[in-house]
Every structure is written in structure tokens, then in C-alpha cells.
Design a protein around this ligand. Sequence first.
Ligand code: F6R
Length: 247
Amino acid sequence: MKIIVCKDYDAVSKKGASIVKDAISMYRKPKLGLATGSTPEGLYRELIAMNQSGELNFEHAETVNLDEYVGIDSSNEQSYHYYMYENLFNHINIRPEHIHIPLAEGDRLDKAVAHYNAELDYVGRRDIQILGMGHNGHIAFIEPSDKLSLRTCVVELTPETIAANSRFFASEDDVPRQAITMGIKDILNTDTLLIMATGEGKAPTVKRLIEGKRLNTHFPASMLHLHTNAILLVDEAAYSLVEDVHE
Ligand code: F6R
């Protein structure tokens, strides 16, 4: 895993955007994997600026998103659909039919899972996948567990994740208890994996990712070590607890 340490959140956002640009600008039909959450918001602002200045073209780009809450309407402001349109898609020249985000609004969750796996298979291997990490090492919505799914699945959110994500909702009770998420194999199906973490709150997670020497299903981010072109992009605060960088 290649590690890049930048000064602060803004520097991480700029560096992340330049890595994305390098990964996709040579392709007429780039394929991007996208994440939600606070971490990539600055990177998306940079991509929007690049698109609006003509530096980066999304006209033929295809995107897939990692995850979505179950039982939340896509027009709900807390949905990841809403987030993606607000933070990126409304501001770039991407075509709506090229946007793929899992959707689990009805009661046929098995259908939603099969449908998203089919969409992922249709898009195929991405050029780059952007990824954040939860404090507990979750990636996408793959929570610590005895078993991790390879493909898209529905998961129960842990109390820790519900508490962490309650900052976006009126109260903790409003946070959905389930999510639909790509599986480990889906996440790794990309030429470049860009993992971002910023702020001192993520420092223990970054330390565990870098210093942990074993795959551990109770720390899903450890699976990212399986990728041969993974880049960990962090700011100084998130890197502050790291002592041993030898793999
Ligand atoms: C979002 C996602 C999550 C977040 C993680 C970190 O699509 O899949 O795994 O990346 O919860 O969230 P932030 O960036 O808000 O700290």
C-alpha cells in the first residue's frame, strides 16, 4: 500500500483530485467508483472545478457508488443518492443514465441486491475507486463481522456506525438500521484504489490499517491490503499515531 501524507484536509482533497484526474483523463469512457461521507466532499469540489474549467470531461464517464441506506427514499436529503447529486452530479457534465447507485426502497431486498450486482457486472472493472473508512474500519457499509460478503449484500449497521452517522439526521432514532453495500470483491475490482482519511478522529483507524499485519474480518479495511495498487491518502492529523510503516 502506497502512503501519501498531506498537510491538511484541503491538501488531501487537491491531491485526491489530481490522482483521480491522472487515473481517468486518458480514457474517453472513464469508470469511477464513488463514496459518500464527509471525507470526499473536498475532492468532489475539486473535480467540479476541473470539469467546469474544461480540464476533466465526464460526458462519457460511468460511475458506481458503494452503498445506500435501506428504506430511505432517494429524494430524502439524507440518502446517498441525494448526497451524490448535491455534491457532484448536479455540477458536472455526467449523463444520468451513466450513474449507478444501489437502491433498496421496497421490501424486495433480494431483488435490489441482484439488480446492483448486475449493474456492477455491466460497468465492469473501474479505473479508480474512491474510498473512505469508518472509525471501526468499515469500508462502504461492510461492518466488522465474522464473515464479509464478496458481492453486494444487505447489512445491519453497528451501533457505532449508527452513532457516527447520526450527525446527519435529526436524531439517532432516525438513522436507518440497514444498508445495501458492495461486497469486498466488488470494492477491489478497480485498477486503482484511493483510500482517504482525514482528521485526528481517524488516527487510530489509520494506525491500525498501516500497522496491522493480518487480514481481519473484524477490521474490514484490512482487506484493502489485498489490492496491488492501493493508495492511502491521509492528512497529518490522521497519520499522527503511526509508528511502524514496514509491511
Ligand atoms: C460512504 C461509505 C462509508 C464512509 C465512512 C467514512 O459511501 O461507504 O464507508 O466512507 O463511513 O465516512 P466519513 O467520510 O464521513 O468519515
